[in-house]
Write a protein that binds this ligand. Structure first.
Ligand code: FE
Ligand code: FE
Ligand code: ZN
Length: 375
């Protein structure tokens, strides 16, 4: 079965809370941070509801899950205090990950700040050697994430990841987390040349190292080096390209994890968009949402056709305007998803539906008419 899910909360009852949230999205996998990604405050291991969480996972058919290390860890830092904190805290996080029963912890390799990329690569490899040596009692792998190349991030190319891996003694415990938004933003053409990109990765790093895939759309054009995630279909990659990645035979068996944002006015009361995104990527929309939902999506197709709006060109043109036309952006800073939502509401296309419900149907509209045909 396809392993697909999203980032979920690990707060309050730890693994139980996470498993319950994942189940509401129809997930078959999920990812957690063991605490706030910005700090090192962590709950004691015996307050993580691990047994209860595992029972809940089993009940909804979730086997493999993933942990993400916090952003404050920077193994690339030349500052001794920052580096030492990174090594110590990553070791602690690995022990926690082991205790929860998870195989891979995703790590942003690091940033070289005032130094250069060669320095960063050496320093990160030094740090990984230290971390792996100190955690031999665990069977946890570190999954280095492919980065967008924002600022001084290391890991923006497959070459950089390969150079780090090469320098690490126990590199059988190093895996990779591919992030679709990051790879696109750093320049890889996942839309027109997915096979070529995977081949390049295989030659440099080895596809057998891929342990996790982060599935995100992106707010920026290819090569922008930005790293801003968009909901599936609402960005430059689009539903079709992401669907092809999730179902690619060379990536089969890996957990696919969404880290997509909620775009809308009622962030406090509405859930993230994961449930619709998961069903669309998995291909069980009718089963999950029913025929009435598909009727609504059909209505959206009629409405937007009448308005002369095509999903792909509308999304791309909107982002393009926001990026290149400062005046237009100032006059109307709304993202494509917000604009489409407002159009639907102003024209009363789907009366009496919540913002979340409308956004779910818009997400399905992004996926094209095959969603209706296959039903
Ligand atoms: Fe990440
Ligand atoms: Fe990611
Ligand atoms: Zn990102």
């Amino acid at each position: 079965m396809l392993k697909i899910g999203s980032h979920v909360s690990f707060s309050s009852k730890g693994l139980l809370t996470a498993a319950q949230e994942a189940a509401t999205y129809g997930s078959s996998s999920f990812m957690i941070y063991t605490g706030a990604p910005q700090n090192t405050r962590r709950k004691p291991m015996d307050e993580l509801y691990i047994n209860e969480g595992k029972e809940a996972m089993q009940a909804s058919g979730i086997e493999e899950i993933v942990v993400h290390a916090p952003y404050i860890i920077n193994l690339g830092s030349y500052k001794d205090a920052t580096y030492k904190l990174a090594v110590d805290f990553l070791q602690e996080e690995m022990r926690r990950t082991h205790h929860i029963g998870v195989r891979n912890i995703v790590l942003h390799p690091g940033a070289y700040t005032d130094k250069d990329v060669d320095y960063g690569i050496n320093r990160i490899a030094e740090g990984l050697n230290e971390v792996l040596n100190g955690t031999k009692e665990t069977d946890v792998n570190i999954a280095l994430e492919t980065m967008a190349g924002k600022g001084t991030e290391v890991g923006r190319s497959f070459e950089e990841l390969a150079r780090i891996i090469e320098k690490v003694d126990q590199n059988d415990r190093l895996t990779v987390c591919m992030d679709t938004c990051h790879m696109h933003d750093s320049g890889y053409d996942l839309i027109h040349d997915l096979d070529g990109v995977l081949k390049q990765f295989d030659d440099l790093v080895g596809l057998n190292r891929v342990a996790v895939v982060h599935v995100n759309d992106t707010k920026n054009p290819r090569g922008a080096g930005k790293d801003r995630h968009a909901p599936i279909g609402a960005g430059w990659l689009g539903h079709e390209a992401l669907h092809a990645i999730v179902h690619h035979e060379l990536l089969a068996g890996r957990p696919f994890i969404l880290e997509t944002p909620w775009i809308g006015k009622e962030a406090k009361t509405q859930r993230p968009m994961y449930e619709a995104e998961i069903a669309l990527l998995r291909g069980n929309v009718q089963e999950r949402f029913g025929d009435e939902f598909l009727g609504h999506v059909e209505r959206l197709h009629h409405f937007f056709e009448k308005e002369g709006i095509d999903p792909r060109s509308y999304v791309i043109n909107s982002w393009d305007t926001l990026k290149n036309d400062a005046k237009a952006k100032k006059a109307d800073p709304r993202e494509p998803m917000e604009r489409l939502y407002d159009l639907v509401v102003e024209n009363d296309v789907l009366p009496d539906l919540s913002e979340e419900a409308i956004n779910q149907r818009l997400t399905a509209w992004f996926a094209g008419k095959s969603v209706l045909v296959n039903a």
